[in-house]
Design a protein. Sequence first.
Length: 188
Amino acid sequence: MINETGSRKLSENRPIQGAVIMSVFASMWGTLGVSGLVPRVSAPASICIVTLALAVAVTVVILTIRLGALPGERRVRRVAPNSFRVFGRVNIGQTVAVVVAILILGRLDLWLYVPAAVCLIVGLHFLPLARSFAQPQYWWTGGLLMTLALIAALTLAGGASAADVRVVLGFGAAAILWSTALHVARRG
């Protein structure tokens, strides 16, 4: 549906699809956090931690889907007519930026900084999507992810262990993305 300003109403299930995709990526960040815990514990405890992380990830995805299906007032959003084209371009740019960052950091033998660089790029990718998809909470998501990435990089540079940084970065990014996914699923 096109309104007089040229923007179109987003279909009802698109925010839920986005929230589920975000939950899946949050689960990947959670896995990074778990990877920082695993070297510190015994094998049976590691299995418990991984199982718990998986259970949390599945629970959040299910909650995201269920919250999106709850009755209640949903926000009517008007998205830019070219929003899905912007989405494609932003994600292609994000992928290229991640590959370039990995290549540069690898060449400089700064592999420990790769997760922080990826988190920074992921945060940046939310900024153009906030406007295009009429999701103002993406400004916060992007800003928090970029801040977390900078804190992780500075902490590494300050001598913190890579495992500690992975715990904070992984679980921090997962919490930010899961919170956004739940918010998007509930509000639309």
